[in-house]
Design a protein around this ligand. Sequence first.
Ligand code: SF4
Length: 260
Amino acid sequence: MSAAVAGPETAARATATAGTPAAARRLQVGGLTPFTSIDYPGQLAAVVFVQGCPWRCGYCHNPHLQARGQDQGPSWSEVLELLRRRAGLLDAVVFSGGEPTVDPALPQAIAEVRALGFKVGLHSAGIYTQRLQAVLPLVDWVGLDIKAPLADAARHDRVTQTRHGADAVRRSLATLVQQSRATGLAYECRTTAHPTLLDDAALLQLADELAEAGVAQWALQIFRTQGAASDLPAVASDYPSPATLQRLRQRLPAMTLRRG
Ligand code: SF4
């Protein structure tokens, strides 16, 4: 996912988050990208970055969004006002993060965006299966992060720097595939790859798992140092090896390799 562009803090937001029940239902926005062509395939979109994520991936491009309750982005009202002005100019709005399903106001925010005539995209790491399941009928496209082979819990914990996340992601993936089969919901699975976290054997294991789960669209996103608060070294251009890439494509012929 893109790095968030933080919006201006406003006095209005400070007032709006003063603790009223209505304010508690407002989406906690951490930033806004008003225009992008890369966060929802084939669509011109704005990206709303939602505050909060319980994981601590070492390569996270938005670590400032991991905590909730920060006055660092535009208010949800300000976002809606901007989107009203963009109606007809943008195709879609993507909710990203952080982990957007952490916010109980997400379903309401999606409904408000749909009412303005936009398609809705969702970036999620599948951390909260039930919350993901609840919003799948409301969205048009999902980008689901799969951090590591889900049968390798220890590796998954190393990547996310959090324990016991893989089981929830496995359930979320199954839920997403099922929803797509039932309704035609479009989605892709995406994996950020760095050789110190995912060696070639782990990539092949993950590709096997995704193929077995029924996934067709998989984007392998090679780690980029730009914008990452990480001490991971830059990735050499021969990762994954050509032989491994060929074997990955045998498993998932429609996979996409994204570098830079
Ligand atoms: S899942 Fe990982 S990469 Fe995504 S927001 Fe959370 S810590 Fe960052």
